[in-house]
Design a binder for this molecule. Structure first.
Ligand SMILES: Nc1ncnc2c1ncn2[C@@H]1O[C@H](COP(=O)(O)OP(=O)(O)OP(=O)(O)O)[C@@H](O)[C@H]1O
Ligand SMILES: [Mg+2]
Length: 257
């Protein structure tokens, strides 16, 4: 179980960032007092528009960023005080982690397996399973830079799952993928759930969240504005689809409101 308790993350902005963001503010509150619980064995969706704070929230959860305020625990382990213990339980897939283009999928898989303290036999059997599932086998000795976008993404997914983690955190896993590849990735998330894993996924694609997630948290401008099953979110807004529900919440909580 994952508990996010009053999480706030404030970034300091340098001159360049101020210019880019067209603001005189010296800080940006990217996540504003978010509390939520992710239950073991569910697919939990973080839904929000660009800049809502999805990646920041997930990076705090994945021990890559320190919360400014608040606490996050993973199965009782604090992400700051026991970051190593948390890292053993999770995998984190994000678009900003780049694989070294010179290396092959085969090498990278082995390298990350060793990093997680796995022995060669375990790495090999895990590689067989994941490379076969994602159709990586025939590309396994090519350089990452020679692979298509979709194949690169599948390789990063396989590599991120080498240690067979209990909790899988995916930041916009289908970003930039065609529908066939996206479907393969989403099907894999369902498979992980069927195996009893906990999956947390961020997206701004409504149809994806609608089909995939047991529960959905809607984040607008760093704040959690709604949380529930698809049915609950629709009932709360008297709508019959997630996109309509999202816009109802956006009308109330969006910047223009
Ligand atoms: N390192 C940083 N320094 C300063 N501001 C940042 C930094 N990273 C993110 N931000 C700002 O914090 C806010 C939340 O960003 P975040 O990347 O968490 O949003 P997101 O929901 O993942 O958006 P996207 O859909 O574009 O990936 C945005 O306004 C962003 O510009
Ligand atoms: Mg993001």
């Amino acid at each position: 179980m994952i508990e996010i308790d009053h999480l706030t993350k404030i970034y300091k902005l340098n001159k360049k960032q101020q210019k880019e963001m067209k603001t005189k503010d010296t800080i940006k509150k990217a996540v504003d007092d978010v509390s939520l619980t992710v239950n073991a064995g569910e697919i939990f969706g973080l839904l929000g528009t660009n800049g809502a704070g999805k990646t920041t929230t997930l990076r705090c959860l994945a021990t890559l960023l320190k919360p400014t305020q608040g606490q996050i625990t993973v199965d009782g382990l604090d992400v700051v005080k026991d970051s190593e213990g948390v890292r053993r339980k999770i995998s984190f897939l994000t678009n900003d982690i780049k694989m070294d283009p010179q290396f092959s999928p085969d090498y990278l898989f082995y390298f990350f397996g060793r990093l997680h303290g796995m022995d060669a036999a375990d790495i090999e059997s895990r590689k067989k399973e994941l490379f076969e599932y994602f159709g990586i086998s025939e590309f396994k000795d090519k350089k990452v830079e020679e692979l298509s976008t979709g194949m690169k993404q599948k390789v990063s997914i396989a590599v991120s799952l080498v240690h067979d983690p209990e909790i899988v955190i995916f930041d916009e896993p289908t970003n930039g993928l065609d529908i066939v590849t996206a479907r393969a990735v989403l099907d894999y998330l369902k498979k992980l759930k069927d195996e009893g894993k906990t999956v947390i996924v961020s997206t701004h694609v409504m149809s994806e969240a609608q089909k995939l997630c047991d529960r959905i948290a809607i984040i607008i401008d760093g704040r959690l504005v709604a949380l529930g099953t698809l049915d609950e979110l629709e009932a709360q807004t008297q709508t019959s689809d997630l996109e309509d529900a999202f816009f109802e919440f956006y009308k109330i909580h969006g910047k223009e409101a």
